[in-house]
Design a protein around this ligand. Structure first.
Ligand SMILES: Cc1cc2nc3c(=O)[nH]c(=O)nc-3n(C[C@H](O)[C@H](O)[C@H](O)COP(=O)(O)OP(=O)(O)OC[C@H]3O[C@@H](n4cnc5c(N)ncnc54)[C@H](O)[C@@H]3O)c2cc1C
Length: 438
């Protein structure tokens, strides 16, 4: 190893981490070849998750393996370490790396890129930690899919009316795009699946959204948000607007409108907060607990540190005084500017500002259903769904993933979707353990 080489460490291999790595592989090609620069990316997972496809993975329209991009294949010039960064001591230009197995070790660097994203923002609601599941990772999406389908199995197989009602009541808390897409896709899947369950009628399924404000899907604007709410209601989904979840102890859902009912599935998608690593470093934080960042995506007031994406409070130059929203649209574009700025920093050149005006959003609401508001063009139903699919197909990283996702969608034109629960894979050793116990 060349001891005089500059070492760039990227913390996190999601949108920002992977796209920054891709950009640096290209712009620093010469330096990487002659060994004057090394790049290391650290993430607990060996893949980047394309989160906008999680609702379709949960609904069985896309195979789980196709919503992730393998980091080692995408970034052959970058060293990938699996584990997490437990601490950053930027003053010493050193971070603590915790591999999944073995002792933590210190890693020195010249430049650090903080790209650790966000985690679910929870509230101290009684029972929430035990009863609910988030919707941010491929593991959560697939566990949720297996759970919903297993609950249909349970309802079909019981004579107990209470067990059945609890099994067939599904709750989603939070009406942003993660919550609405998860709710709409999964409800669409259960509508499809019940044709294989003779005792379950559509009216037996209860899907409930709990939203603290009076609007849903703010990403597509008020008009399209209202339209989406009407569509969901027409599909029989209950929208509890301006309502809070008060308690969910043992699955007994109690809401601020005085309602109370049992549910075996509570999905929590009520916002995100910066990854906890921000609290184990010496970087300045903004009032929302994210790494305080300049318009050039450097960490405010320090040399040699950059940050972007959900973990960072990046000033929005198109709306002075505001921050960029935590979404993929910003994350991908920030990564490009960030990568170029790291290269410029190493070469002693001036850095660029990050400026992007939010162009709106597209959301899938189930097979052939969607809503879109992009560049002021508002689409509903099938055209929006088609736009949602073509947009995300163009965005999902690597040609390999694009072809695989396309193949999944093409197959679903000819065959009905798979609606089998593989919940067993969450406890693969149970049978063997029982056999060994005699
Ligand atoms: C269900 C869902 C649907 C969405 N749909 C859309 C959409 O349609 N359009 C849109 O614009 N946005 C969408 N988003 C939001 C978008 O996915 C995020 O804004 C984007 O992923 C942020 O990118 P990031 O790189 O900051 O974080 P991430 O992509 O989350 O990556 C962060 C990475 O950091 C790693 N990490 C965390 N802590 C550590 C640590 N201590 N050490 C090492 N690594 C660490 C994590 O494992 C992760 O891989 C959606 C989000 C969800 C959950």
């Amino acid at each position: 190893m060349n001891r005089t080489s500059k070492h760039i460490v990227i913390v996190g291999g999601g949108y920002v981490g992977m796209y920054t790595g891709l950009r640096l592989q290209r712009t620093l090609r010469r330096e990487l070849r002659n060994g004057s620069v090394r790049i290391t990316l650290i993430d607990p997972q060996s893949y980047m998750t394309y989160q906008p496809f999680l609702p379709e993975a949960a609904a069985g329209s896309i195979s789980p393996r196709h919503v992730v991009a393998p980091l080692r294949r995408v970034l052959p010039k970058v060293r990938i370490l699996n584990g997490k960064v437990a601490k950053v001591n930027h003053e010493q230009r050193q971070l603590t790396f915790e591999p999944s197995v073995g002792e933590p070790r210190e890693i020195g660097y010249d430049v650090v890129v903080m790209a650790a994203g966000s985690i679910s923002r929870t509230l101290p609601i009684p029972g929430l930690a035990d009863a609910a599941i988030g919707f941010k990772s491929v593991g959560e999406a697939i566990a949720l899919r297996n759970r919903v389908l297993a609950l249909l199995d349970r309802a079909e197989s019981t004579d107990d009316e209470e067990v059945r009602r609890r099994a067939l009541t599904f709750v989603v808390v939070g009406g942003g795009f993660a919550g609405i897409e998860a709710l709409a896709e999964l409800q669409d899947m259960t509508d499809d699946a019940i044709s294989y369950y003779p005792s379950i009628k559509k009216s037996d399924l209860r899907w409930v959204l709990i939203e603290a404000t009076d609007r849903i899907l703010p990403e597509v604007g008020p008009e399209m948000g209202t339209w989406t709410a009407e569509q969901l209601r027409e599909r029989g989904i209950e929208l509890k607007m301006s309502t809070r979840l008060n308690s969910v102890v043992g699955g007994l859902v109690e809401t601020s409108d005085g309602d109370s009912f049992e549910s075996a599935t509570v999905v929590w998608t009520a916002g995100v907060k910066a990854a906890p690593i921000v609290n184990s470093g010496d970087f300045p934080l903004d009032e929302r607990g994210r790494i305080k960042t300049t318009t050039k995506l450097t960490v405010s007031g320090v040399e040699g540190a950059f940050a972007a994406g959900d973990v960072a409070g990046v000033p929005d130059l198109t709306h002075p005084g505001e921050y960029c929203a935590p979404n993929a649209q910003h994350a991908v574009r920030q990564a490009k500017v960030l990568g170029d700025n790291v290269t410029a920093y190493l070469r002693g050149r001036p850095l660029k500002d990050y400026k992007h005006k939010y162009v709106g959003s597209v959301a899938g609401l189930g097979l052939h259903k969607g809503v879109a508001n992009v560049y002021g063009v508002k689409l509903r139903g099938w055209p929006a769904w088609f736009m949602h699919r073509t947009y995300h197909l163009s965005r999902v990283p690597t040609t390999n993933r694009k072809v695989r996702v396309m193949a999944d969608w093409t197959l679903s034109l000819f065959f009905r979707r798979e609606t089998v629960s593989l919940g067993e894979i969450e406890h693969p050793r149970d049978q063997f353990r029982a056999a060994a116990a005699g």
